[in-house]
Design a protein around this ligand. Sequence first.
Ligand code: PLP
Length: 475
Amino acid sequence: MSPEEFRAFGKQVVDWVADYLSGVESHPVRSQVRPGEVRAQLPAHPPEQGESFDAVLRDLDDLLMPGVTHWQHPNFFAYFPANASGPSILGDLLSSGLGVQGMVWATSPACTELETVVVDWMAELLGLPEHFRTDAAGGGVIQDSASSAVLVACLAALQRAGGEVAKRGIARRHTLYVSEHTHSSLERAARMTGIGADNVRVVAVDPETLGMDPAHLDALIAEDLAAGAVPTMVCATIGTTSTTAIDPVRAIGEVCRARGIWLHVDAAYAGVAAVCPELRWINDGVAEFADSYCTNAHKWLLTNFDCSLLWLADRGPMIDALSILPEYLRNPATASGEVIDYRDWQVPLGRRFRALKLWSVLRWYGAAGLREHIRAGVGLAQEFAGWVREDPRFELLEPHPLGLVCFWPRFPELSTEEAGERTYRIMESLNESGELYLTHTKVDGRTVLRFAVGSPQTERRHVLAAWKRIQEAVG
Ligand code: PLP
């Protein structure tokens, strides 16, 4: 493709995206295709001769679009939001256009240095502690996902706990602590690091708050120590995936500090809410106790996937765990020790210029715009929760301080299991209608509906219409 062809098709693509975003509401929210339907329409073999980009765009419209679920739809209330925004899309396009591979500082200094600036800006915007800043002992880095972030944290924790783990491997039984509501990426990290799924200890939760019980955590650690294990990492979650429950980070941190265990704080969804000073209470205890902290700009902060922010209080153990300098990467800047090579802060070697999209978002919206976005989502979710509370046919799960509301229809005549089945069927019928999309979880064996508000396209009228549809469906 020549630069002139690129210019022509590029303009068409930008128009396509602009039309898509402005007309997104005309699509069914959840794709209506059956398994295999998209694939069956695509050729079984790759083209021998090149084709025009027009043909790609035509097939995108005709063959792929029916199989797309519209995450940017204003009636998308499923999972957690995965916001995209104009500045983010354009920043990502610029990154693709530059085609930079920023594995070490020397392979594109701006890629590294912009990343340092934006992670430090983000730490300031979220009110995170000074020691998370790059000029202190810690520092931040952009990862592809919270799952990768916790894997890196886990490797650092192992290095700190086991001393020579990076060189000699795991010589003893290491244990990792989660609650039943911790994200599954923790068990993944345990599997991948060699800690092993059986050494993931599940701490009890407070039945009211669903937050991890620090006394039970301490008891499990004592038990494991007595059995000769090396308690290595605790994961506290700020905003669990199921219900946005918040683990008591401060009390958990005190246990970790007393026992010398790494505390990772997973705030993948909720952490970005701290751009609003009135929501910073969610991070209570992070400044004093967190060894690592992660939040996803690619969920609720208007930055399209992938852009997960990981900070460390002390980057030393992570670098010790991951740094290897093969001959082919040697260069004067690395040798000078004056630069950061973010390849030592992640699992892959190569890295995209992700900072560009976050920088674009931060500059376009400013801190004030980001606060407005978060507050709009929280405000709509609170209003929705108020409607649920007032309707005697429904029960509301408290608390719901952020953009997620969990609730369930009451079916007093049915057993918990039957009520769960009925709730699930109602949800599926709503999702099949294409009018809205919501997901479910289980809390204490009960099937609970999750309604997550957070798309910049979602207005009060969408939330109200969704609530009316849910009421109708329950009858
Ligand atoms: N942690 C929490 C609390 C989450 O809710 C999620 C995803 O929803 C993750 C981790 C995983 O995020 P990622 O897809 O960035 O790995």
